[in-house]
Ligand binder design. Structure first.
Ligand code: ADP
Ligand code: MG
Ligand code: ZN
Length: 622
């Protein structure tokens, strides 16, 4: 790790405040005092009378400046420096001799001139020099590696290897495939001769790719920890320096150090920062530096001896933007996917992190895992921590299931806004809206059962929401399931329309999701009229999944028409379901309004109440 002693560094602000205070103090007290000892101007007649009075101690005639500078005693008997303009006076020398005053052509030294010279010149310069040093040191540290920002062109990047990261594969839950792939590297680092003996060359580099927070950085550290070798870690952004050429120099430096410390691991986090595709002309400024750095990296990777035991790991969440040169054999030729955890993986990750907090016995982490489909390892770690914080807030000494469930919602939907004031009418609308979703979901056979409905507003802006938890993990979704999901999404606004005969802005998020799904069905999953033609490609797999159109404008128009038709059809289905169950809609919404939060069981009880038994059974079996 770089700069592992960062913990006890004083903040920059601290130094600035201290120095500013010193300067202010000097200004307020010392400088005025000093100023009073500066030369004072008097008239020639005063000068003459002071000679008579014997006040003057020493006189200096400076021809060039046409001034007489002299030292005289003031009323308090202290010696002070004065000056007066030269007046044509032939008898001056005589007068001075008569009065026994020393005179010369030099500036007389007053007692305090040396001191005042120090105070007025040397001290401020020293202060500013010192301030400059502190600032540049701080700046250097911030820019990575404690280098002096002013040492032009010299990259003394302080890259300190962590001797042993202390992280092992046991700290990384799930991700078994990634771990398997990395175990070979660990073995190589432990017994390089075994591989050298047979002439096998291990890949020089491995690239960890996956969405943010899935444990890529953690895995890299674990490899070093398992192999007990030094770990050089640098983030892509740290190569991008203030001065052109510094990044390349840093790369050189990094590899030089790594070679000396082999066997070891060099880890380049967020490599996409420097490894973006080089796209030749057309870029205005700024990219030269990055390209130089990338070129240097490629050169170094080619240059070093693969048998020596330096393994380069890199991580990125935008693999599609990497320069192909980085991915060719002999460089990062091994690509290790680090995907979002599945149910099993989520439970394992929760377990790993729950080890570090005190939990009440009998907590069910599987339930939490089930409720967090799509969450990353980092989010799961956060959920455990939020639960612990909640337990402390409530004055308990161990985490219980409620804390965990509540923190799932906190992480997903933000904190409860207990004191948000909603009008009674707004609450009614939200209540019908949410029940609309839940009822439509429950009435469609393929929809996942509702686990919880709430109309307590959240800091994320949600005024209420319906939480659905799939019983088991889905890897595939059928066309019907997708359609049903879209119908469920339209259920909220459908309920508003049915009951209040008007709609609100509350459905914007539903609309967004429904549109995205419908679009995906038509352009990517071959579920529309176009058949199996890819009309859109995902450009950003791990970060939000942005898509880009790959079809003619005419086709694009047709796509839009189909999306509109699909969502409209879904909405009509939701309308129909709600009309048929309007009585239940009222009953459930009023109940939710009263209770604010209801569970899936309560919901099902009310829904099934009054139905005769075998009717309920058939609907469950459908
Ligand atoms: P990435 O580099 O992929 O963005 P990190 O490795 O920085 O993610 O993960 C952030 C944090 O999330 C880790 O420090 C760890 O606490 C937690 N985490 C992520 N994935 C896992 C996992 N598979 N097992 C245990 N903890 C994990
Ligand atoms: Mg990372
Ligand atoms: Zn909604």
């Amino acid at each position: 790790m770089i700069d592992s002693n960062g913990g006890n560094r004083k903040p920059l602000v601290f130094y600035v405040v201290i120095v500013t205070t010193i300067i202010l103090l000097l200004n307020a007290f010392i400088f005025p005092l000093m100023m009073s000892r500066q030369v004072q101007v008097v008239g020639y007649s005063d000068f003459l009378s002071w000679i008579e009075e014997g006040k003057i101690v020493e006189v200096s005639l400076t021809q060039e400046a046409n001034q007489i500078i002299f030292v005289a005693r003031n009323d308090q008997g202290q010696e002070e420096l004065y000056k007066t303009a030269v007046f044509p006076d032939d008898e001056l020398i005589e007068r001075l001799q008569k009065a026994g005053i020393r005179f010369s052509a030099e500036i007389p030294t007053q007692n305090n001139t040396l001191l005042s010279f120090i105070i007025s010149w040397i001290l401020p310069i020293a202060i500013f020099a010192g301030l400059g040093r502190v600032l540049s040191n701080q700046l250097g540290k911030r820019l990575g590696g404690g280098m002096n920002a002013l040492s032009f062109g010299k990259a003394n990047a302080k890259i300190v290897a962590d001797q042993a990261t202390g992280v092992t594969f046991a700290d990384v839950a799930g991700e078994e495939e990634a771990k398997d792939a990395l175990k070979e590297i660990v073995d190589f680092l432990e017994h390089p001769d075994k591989y050298a003996g047979i002439g096998a060359k291990l890949p020089k580099g491995a690239l960890l790719v996956g969405p943010p927070g899935t444990g890529k950085t953690l895995l890299a550290r674990a490899v070093a920890g398992e192999a007990k070798v030094p770990f050089f870690s640098i983030s892509g952004s740290e190569f991008v320096e203030m001065f052109v050429g510094m990044g390349a120099a840093k790369v050189r430096d990094l590899f030089k150090q790594a070679n000396e410390k082999a066997p070891c691991i060099v880890f380049i986090d967020e490599i996409d920062t420097i490894g973006k595709k080089r796209d030749g002309a057309g870029n205005i400024g700024g990219n030269d530096e990055r390209e130089q750095t990338l070129n240097q990296l490629l050169t170094e990777m080619d240059g070093f001896d693969g048998k020596k035991g330096v393994v380069i790991l890199a991580a990125t969440n935008r693999p599609e933007s990497l320069d192909p040169a980085l991915l060719r054999p002999g460089r990062f030729d091994r690509r290790i996917p680090v995907e979002l955890p599945d149910l099993q993986g989520r439970e394992a990750i929760l377990k790993v992190h729950a080890r570090n907090v005190k939990c009440e016995s009998g907590i069910d982490l599987r339930e939490i895992a089930r409720a967090t489909s799509g969450a990353s390892g980092a989010e799961l770690a956060n959920i455990i921590n939020e639960a612990a914080l909640r337990a402390v807030r409530l004055g308990r000494s161990a985490v219980n299931q409620n804390d965990l469930m509540e923190s799932v919602e906190t992480v997903i939907a933000g904190y409860q806004r207990k004191n948000a004031v909603m009008s009674e009418q707004e609450k009614r609308i939200v209540s019908y809206h949410e029940i609309g979703h839940a009822l439509v979901a429950a009435m469609q056979t393929h929809s996942a059962p509702v686990t919880k409905i709430t109309i307590i507003p959240r800091t994320s802006g949600a005024l209420g929401y319906t939480m659905q938890v799939d019983e088991d993990e889905h890897y595939l979704m059928s066309r019907e399931e997708l359609l049903n999901k879209i119908v469920t999404l339209t259920g909220g606004q459908a309920a508003e329309q049915l009951i209040f005969h008007s709609i609100t802005t509350g459905a914007s998020n539903d609309i967004e999701k429904a549109t995205r799904m419908a679009r995906g069905m038509i352009t990517r999953y071959g579920m529309g009229d176009f058949g199996m033609v890819a009309l859109e490609t995902v450009t950003n797999q791990y970060l939000g999944g942005d898509t880009s159109l790959a079809c003619s404008p005419a086709t694009s128009e047709k796509i839009d028409e189909q999306v509109v038709a699909l969502v409209k059809e879904a909405r009509e289905k939701a309308d129909r379901i709600l009309r048929e169950n309007e009585a239940k809609l009222h009953e459930l919404a009023e109940y939710l309004l009263k209770k604010e939060t209801i569970t899936g069981e309560e919901f099902m009880q009310i829904l099934n109440a009054g139905k005769n038994k075998d009717e309920a059974e058939t609907s469950a079996a459908e």
